[in-house]
Ligand binder design. Structure first.
Ligand code: ZN
Length: 91
């Protein structure tokens, strides 16, 4: 990532950072619910769904914390129910 001082750049400047984050095993990432603040590993969150995608629900308040959908053209990741996600680097 090459960001310089206070001058804004466009999203292309973080392409490498995106590649780093989405290459990680996100099942071990911590997700914080926007509704109640509960924190859980994604791999331990209750998931409902089928072949097209998944709905992740908080164990604390049962709100939807994340939706992940596969379409013929790509993927949708809706995280409006999550306050933050922390993905730890491996190694
Ligand atoms: Zn919650």
């Amino acid at each position: 990532m090459h960001l310089h001082g206070d001058k804004p750049v466009d999203g292309n400047a973080v392409a490498g950072l995106f590649r780093e984050v989405f290459a990680l095993d996100l099942t071990t990432a911590s997700l914080i619910c926007a509704g109640c603040g509960a924190e859980a590993e994604i791999g331990s969150v209750r998931v409902f769904g089928g072949t097209m995608g998944a709905v992740f629900r908080c164990d604390g308040c049962d709100e939807v914390v994340m939706r992940l959908v596969r379409t013929p053209d790509g993927y949708w990741l809706d995280m409006q129910g999550a306050r933050r996600l922390f993905a730890r680097k491996v190694g």
